[in-house]
Design a protein around this ligand. Structure first.
Ligand SMILES: [Zn+2]
Length: 269
């Protein structure tokens, strides 16, 4: 395999805590959820990259606000992929569950997952086991965060639980590219849910050290989130017990019931 054709994924920081992910092979690039055109264009220019496509996970402005300005500034006609159920400015290809997004350059094939919860039409893009992809990659927008999950603006706890279940079934080494640097505050909450989770305690130290060095805490992995993320651990005894204590409910029969309690708790945490 020619090393130069390996895909790289880099964060373009935007606003206070967004990451616009740039996937490239050294010359051709895709960007995911470009909420702001200015840092995106600057990054592409600084790295001599030609933009070949845009991937959008959901309709929120901090994920879509830069699309039209980028297209206009570069004067190019490139595909803009986005969820079928959303009104996305500049979208050229509407995608839904199980659709394949085939990009010739940088060469990659992505599978679409519908993951309602944060918004109703939210989607994620998954790339797996291609010649130029060393580890599987997931671009999950605001559905899953390192040690947390997105707020339920439009969907229900049951929908979010099912969406996170789709992610839990992916290979454990899948690199997860979340779109916000919320990790430290998510860890503070996760520790309130699971104060005795040793994996979480050690991750808290690592994440703090990364942020002190000005480094992103992302990407995370599915395997890591299954160990430290309370929203992906709603079937674990300690999480269920804490959810019962917080809610005063004697029975929380399903992981979705547990998720409903801890998501509501996080909203006021
Ligand atoms: Zn959002």
């Amino acid at each position: 395999m020619d090393k130069n054709t390996l895909l790289q994924v880099w964060p373009i920081p935007a606003f206070d805590d967004n990451y616009i992910w740039c996937i490239h092979d050294g010359s051709s690039a895709l960007v995911v959820d470009p909420g702001d055109a200015v840092p995106t264009l600057a990054y592409l220019r600084a790295n001599n990259l030609t933009l070949k496509g845009i991937l959008i996970t959901h309709h929120h402005a901090d994920h879509t606000g830069g699309i039209l300005q980028i297209l206009q500034n570069l004067g190019i006609d490139i595909p803009v992929y986005g969820p079928v159920g959303d009104d996305i400015p500049g979208r050229t290809v509407a995608v839904m569950q199980d659709d394949k997004v085939e990009i010739p350059s940088p060469r990659m094939s992505l599978k679409v997952f519908e993951v309602p919860g944060h918004t109703l039409s939210h989607i994620a893009y998954f790339a797996n086991m291609q010649a130029n992809v060393v580890e599987p990659m997931l671009f999950c927008g605001d559905t899953l965060f390192a040690s947390g999950c997105g707020r339920l603006f439009e969907g229900t706890p049951t929908q979010m639980s099912e969406s996170l279940g789709k992610f839990a079934a992916l290979p454990k080494n899948t690199l997860v590219y979340c779109t916000h640097e919320y990790t430290l505050s998510n860890i503070r909450f996760a520790l309130a849910v699971e104060p005795n989770n040793l994996n979480l305690l050690s991750w808290a130290d690592q994440a703090k050290s990364l942020r002190e060095q000005g480094l992103p805490t992302l990407p995370t992995t599915i395997g890591q989130e299954l160990q430290v993320n309370p929203f992906m651990r709603c079937d674990q005894a300690e999480v269920i017990a804490m959810a019962k204590e917080i809610s005063g409910q004697a029975e929380l029969p399903t992981p979705a019931h547990v998720l409903a309690v801890i998501r509501a708790w996080k909203d006021r945490f």
